[in-house]
Design a protein around this ligand. Sequence first.
Ligand code: UDP
Ligand code: GLC
Length: 390
Amino acid sequence: MPAPRVMFVNHTSTMSGAELVLADAVEPWPGATAFLFEGGPLNAAMASRGLSVTTARGGGGLSGLRRDSSPLGALPVAGRLVALVAQIARAARVHDVVYANSQKAFVLSALATTLARRPLVWHLHDILDSAHFGAAQRALQVRLANACARLVIVPSRAAADAFVAAGGRAGLVEVVPNGLSIDLDLRPRAAIRRDLGLPDVPMVGVFSRLAAWKGQHVVLRALADLPGIHAVVAGDALFGEGAYADGLRALAAELGVSGRVHFLGQRSDVPRLMQAMDVVIHPSVHPEPFGRTLVEAMLAGVPVVATDTGAAAEILDGGRFGTLVPPDRPDALADAVADILAHRRDLEPRLAGAAERARTHYGVAAMRTRLAERIGRAAAGAAPAVVPAP
Ligand code: UDP
Ligand code: GLC
């Protein structure tokens, strides 16, 4: 059977975790297309993988619509949203299946695929709980999913449970864990550090976009209790959290730790930076849908401390392959880091086990196969797409 013609839809073209997953996921779909609401790095990433990319007219800037506001907040841009639905519906008619990779892409695609009578897959990269979304937004999303989606794919059990708890149909949701691969730098850590211009002192790192729920402020507070230890903070405010990013620098100064914090901005060499760290911290204060950085740190062979919320316990096998601490507790975080630094040599078996688990449970090839199987299943049985005349 020929591979189904898939149209991948995303509302932002900024590369955060969900877009990095999408770029990896489309590798086996050279004939597929991408419908992106705006121009940006994702457009180039999709084109470089052989997809023909359509950039919507008037679709930019929708990241500004807040997740915790009422859907009525979208009224000022209602005209643009209607036009986008029409564009998606038109494009969907010549595809066998539509695959929405973000929440905003899903809501508009749900309406568009209903009009175009195409099956819809939603890759839901979020936890649909009250920490992340307002009640009205959650209700809208699960109702649309129950009515319009053939399948909802999530990266973790935690995300699946939240979808069902919000009212989503349990039979609709399937877990496909994110898959990653990294290039390892095989040189000794001291050489990597020298290259990066980082001092030869005990050092922890946090590698996430800057946003309050990602919890970088908790790391700064923990650092105040960890004399002599430095922290790398990699990442930028990607979705309008500039005030939080400024606040982090002010907080570091207020805590008297500025001289020990290296704000590196958004980086394209995260795996190498991780290999230069003594500990990688994943400090999210709200449930994390997945957390690619956890798997990256496992592959890099670096000890991990993560907050026990969302998918972290699944990925770290209940704490066997990383230390779990309660969210938003700088004291517990500082204790966990100090403990790892004091017992670094004893951790070798745990690190080897973590890397093995990352390779066997979170491989990129397995993710592609699983996604392709589910896309094929969703497309099966749909009425044939309208193929344009040559
Ligand atoms: N990342 C990056 N550069 C940075 C900080 C983070 O490339 O400076 C990457 C990180 O390595 C990870 C991704 O961004 O692969 C973030 O994905 P994650 O699932 O952790 O979270 P998200 O930010 O999408 O919620
Ligand atoms: C989202 C989530 C993150 C997840 C990524 C890819 O950005 O916040 O936890 O790893 O999507 O699924």
